[in-house]
Design a protein around this ligand. Structure first.
Ligand code: NAD
Ligand code: UDP
Ligand code: UDP
Length: 327
């Protein structure tokens, strides 16, 4: 008997951290996946375990160029997410958000299919409203080093809503807050990966500034559940909807937790605070609770233990490779 998948789903940025978990979950649900990625920050290893699957296909493609394929849904996740990566080529970062959105929206318009945009809490900038509700318009520097990402994502939201109003495209916009978990890039400079790698190597934990700035960290499995629930809503639910874990931590508190969970001997050192670093970040998730029936279930300590185990495995593999090379 031939098996017909439920839907053909395009995931842009599918070889990235969040994208690879999304592809995995959608495959497990019986869908057919087209993973499109230019491998700028994503890695083949993230989807290595999926490539032999009969319902999984990878296409190397940059979404700043048009893409003509036939699918039933689009999750648009393509965009470098860590500050050091998105600041490497800021013009390309803006192009990915803006031209990429135009192309993916054009594709959704031609096919009359729903498209979900992975927007970000960065649209709130350094927020003066706390916790952040979707109605807050944000406090964003338009000309700083973070602007390529923040303003690119803001413009993408504008395009999504204009395609919705002008061309009746079925849009779904979610604003993702700091997300962490296995398959984060170990050198992406984000705080969770940095602290864990430093702790496992017994190297100094680098706190930028006083460490009293706050973030709220969502485990990747929770986030993926929220993305899928958003896609499954009625056409009226267009968002934007915040997705994140509302439990807020200082970076100092995070460093202490990582040191405790890894049993590390790392000292804490302070380094200068990056330009325009937001002082606080905590999502108001009442809209996600109301419209998606969604709230995160994995608390920071539990999620960190899973992430530590992943990075520990990477380090052990690295050591094995070195031993093999020497031998
Ligand atoms: P990531 O860097 O691991 O993944 C992004 C993926 O997009 C990578 O595989 C990269 O190679 C690919 N990509 C980049 N530019 C591309 C282009 N022009 N064409 C095709 N592919 C391209 O980052 P992530 O953490 O998995 O983030 C995924 C999405 O979620 C991003 O859009 C990001 O802005 C958003 N987001 C993430 C977080 C977070 O904390 N991780 C928070 C808010 C929003
Ligand atoms: N596009 C695409 N795939 C499609 C349909 C459109 O990549 O299947 C691109 C197309 O190249 C265009 C963009 O999406 O540049 C916007 O499409 P739209 O139809 O909104 O605009 P137009 O083609 O009229 O410029
Ligand atoms: N940060 C830190 N040490 C690090 C990396 C980051 O103290 O080694 C801080 C950073 O200044 C910011 C917070 O941790 O205040 C979160 O940084 P990240 O780059 O992970 O995400 P974002 O700033 O985009 O929320």
């Amino acid at each position: 008997m031939t098996f017909f998948p439920d839907k053909r789903i395009l995931v842009t940025g599918g070889a990235g951290f969040i994208g690879s978990h999304l592809c995995e979950r959608l495959l497990a649900q019986g869908q057919e996946i087209l993973c499109v990625d230019n491998f700028f920050t994503g890695r083949r290893q993230n989807v290595d375990h999926l490539v032999e699957h009969p319902r999984f296909e990878v296409l190397r493609h940059d979404i700043t160029f048009p893409l003509f394929v036939e699918v039933d849904q689009i999750y648009n996740l393509a965009c470098p997410a860590s500050p050091i990566h998105y600041q490497l080529d800021p013009v390309q970062t803006t192009k990915t958000s803006v031209l990429g959105a135009v192309n993916m929206l054009g594709l959704a318009k031609r096919l009359h299919i729903p498209i979900l945009q992975a927007s970000t809490s960065e649209v709130y900038g350094d927020p003066s409203v706390h916790p952040q509700t979707e109605s807050y318009w944000g406090n964003v520097n338009p000309i700083g080093p973070r602007s390529c990402y923040d303003e690119g994502k803001r413009c993408a939201e504008t395009l999504f809503f204009d395609y919705h109003r002008q061309a009746q495209v079925a849009i779904k916009v979610v604003r993702i807050f700091n997300t962490y978990g296995p398959r984060m890039h170990p050198q992406d400079g984000r705080v969770v990966s940095n602290f864990i790698m430093q702790a496992l190597n017994n190297e100094p934990i680098t706190i930028y500034g006083s460490g009293l700035q706050t973030r709220s960290f969502c485990y990747v499995d929770d986030l993926v559940s929220g993305l899928i629930r958003m896609m499954a809503t009625t056409p009226e639910t267009v968002g934007p909807i915040n997705l994140g874990n509302p439990h807020e931590f200082t970076m100092l508190g995070l460093a202490e937790m990582v040191i405790r969970l890894t049993g590390s001997k790392s000292p804490i050192v302070h380094k200068p605070l990056p330009h325009d670093d937001p002082r606080q970040r905590k999502p108001d998730i009442s809209s996600a609770q109301k419209h998606l029936g969604w709230a995160p279930t994995i608390e920071l300590e539990e999620g960190l233990l899973k992430t530590i185990s992943y990075f520990d495995g990477l380090l052990r593999e690295g050591i094995r490779e070195k031993i093999a090379l020497c031998g």
